[in-house]
Design a protein around this ligand. Structure first.
Ligand code: AMP
Ligand code: GLY
Length: 426
């Protein structure tokens, strides 16, 4: 088989690495890929958002499967375009991708389907939103409705802060047109976890649990980022919780979408807050998490290609399985100076090969590019150093041992990835 992966981040590197291990697969291509992916797959210089270009390339080169990593091409309708030409694509269609493309759409479908989520209101203008906030009996989170690279959510702790957040989103348009509409919702307390599953439009097949670290600094301080590290499993998601997430959240979601004529085929990601009332949805994403994918695929012992192919062909995963080693995995993201704000690029990176050579470690590339056979930085999140070991402490030690071998000017990374799970286990 010949497989195309669309995207250029750490998630796509992990996908290329995993897909290449399948006995069904002869060749893996990635569009556009990055410096590290280029070592393991054939990178093609087509942007992940150039749907006509990707369509032409796929048609001309007889791909058996296209796997879409990021949300932007999905919300722009890449799956619809491929399916219209009979090309197998793994990823939900545009109408389904609205779950991530519009937070208001996601909230409305949750409400209609009885899925636990924070109480909320959707606003088209700032004054009405502020009037609501002044009366609200709780602290609120202000969310730009549209896509904002994981950054359009402002958590606030007073009415003044909340009103300032509304101005930021809706008046100053800090996240562009994503802020034409805003969701204001109740601030929830609890611990967060990511629940990622494959869906064939009917059945839901979960990956192992995982947990992201969204804030840029240790102890969950500083602004939100795309994710500074992740581990799997998340001890807070035990078997009972897994059952509850499927029964109370994912199954009702799949049926709620079907009632609107939408068949959900692809990966569904529920960002959860585990509150005293149980799992509650903060957001849905329509793709795998980045960096959650890195530890999840390090732990996955099954071939994922048959599952993806089945879903892409419109088949059933009722009898499919995804198995995971009991050994935990931890991923630490090494970021550029300035991230998540404006960043410096083009810095030489040393030590990647030494880190990669540590047993049980894989360095996934996110923002790197090859320049005269050496890696330089080219994005905010640069590398996702990922380790797997018999126990969590071992995986944490190993991942930081490997990370300490890598250096580039201005780099920063969190030193506490996985510690929350350790606390829970002790
Ligand atoms: P989202 O993109 O909607 O998941 O939001 C990004 C981050 O903001 C989440 O990972 C949470 O840390 C935080 N957040 C979002 N919604 C809420 C909420 N209702 N209560 C508390 N924190 C939230
Ligand atoms: N790690 C969070 C996300 O992929 O949205």
């Amino acid at each position: 088989m010949r497989v195309l992966v669309v995207g250029s981040g750490g998630r796509e590197h992990a996908l290329c690495w995993k897909i290449a291990q399948s006995s069904l697969v002869d060749e893996v291509f990635c569009a556009p890929g990055n410096g590290g992916i280029a070592r393991e797959a054939i990178c093609i210089d087509i942007s992940s958002e150039d749907i006509p270009g990707l369509l032409r390339f796929t048609r001309d080169n007889a791909f058996d499967l296209t796997v879409v990593g990021p949300e932007a091409p999905l919300t722009a309708g890449i799956a619809d375009a491929f399916r219209a030409e009979g090309l197998p694509v793994f990823g939900p269609e545009k109408a389904a991708a609205m779950l991530e493309g519009s937070k208001a759409f996601a909230k409305d479908i949750m409400k209609a389907s009885g899925i636990p989520t924070a109480s909320y209101q959707v606003f088209l203008d700032a004054d009405t939103a502020k009037a609501f906030i002044k009366e609200a009996p709780y602290n609120v989170v202000v969310k730009a409705d549209g896509l904002a690279a994981g950054k359009g959510v402002l958590v606030t702790f007073s009415k003044e802060e909340a009103c300032a957040a509304v101005d930021e989103v809706m008046v100053r348009k800090a996240f562009g047109p994503a802020g034409n509409q805003a969701v204001v919702e109740e601030l929830l307390a609890g611990e967060e976890a990511s629940f990622i599953a494959v869906c064939d439009g009917d059945n839901v097949l979960p990956f192992a649990s995982s947990q992201d670290h969204k804030r840029v600094f240790d102890h969950d301080e500083g602004p939100n980022t795309g994710g500074m590290g992740a581990y799997s499993p998340a001890p807070i998601i035990n078997d009972v919780m897994t059952g509850a997430v499927i029964e109370k959240i994912l199954n009702p979601l799949v049926w709620g979408l079907r009632k609107q004529g939408i068949t959900y085929r692809g990966v569904i990601y529920a960002g959860l807050m585990i509150t005293s009332d149980g799992p509650t949805v903060l957001e849905f994403n329509v793709r795998m998490g980045d960096p959650e994918t890195q530890p999840l695929l390090m732990r996955c012992t099954s071939d994922i290609v048959p599952v993806m192919l089945e879903v892409a062909m419109g088949g059933s995963i009722r009898n499919s399985r995804l198995d995971f080693t009991g050994s935990p995995s931890v991923c630490v993201v090494m970021a550029s100076e300035g991230y998540p704000g404006p960043i410096a690029k083009g810095r030489a990176i040393s030590g990647i090969d030494a880190a990669d050579a540590v047993e049980g470690v894989k360095v996934f590339h996110a923002g790197t590019r090859l320049q005269e056979n050496a890696f330089v930085t080219s994005g905010g999140r640069v590398l996702g150093v990922t380790a797997v070991d018999r126990d969590l402490m071992g995986a944490i030690d190993k991942v930081y041992q490997a990370a300490s071998m890598i250096s580039f000017e201005g780099m920063h990374y969190r030193k506490d990835i996985g510690h929350k799970a350790l606390t829970r286990l002790s």
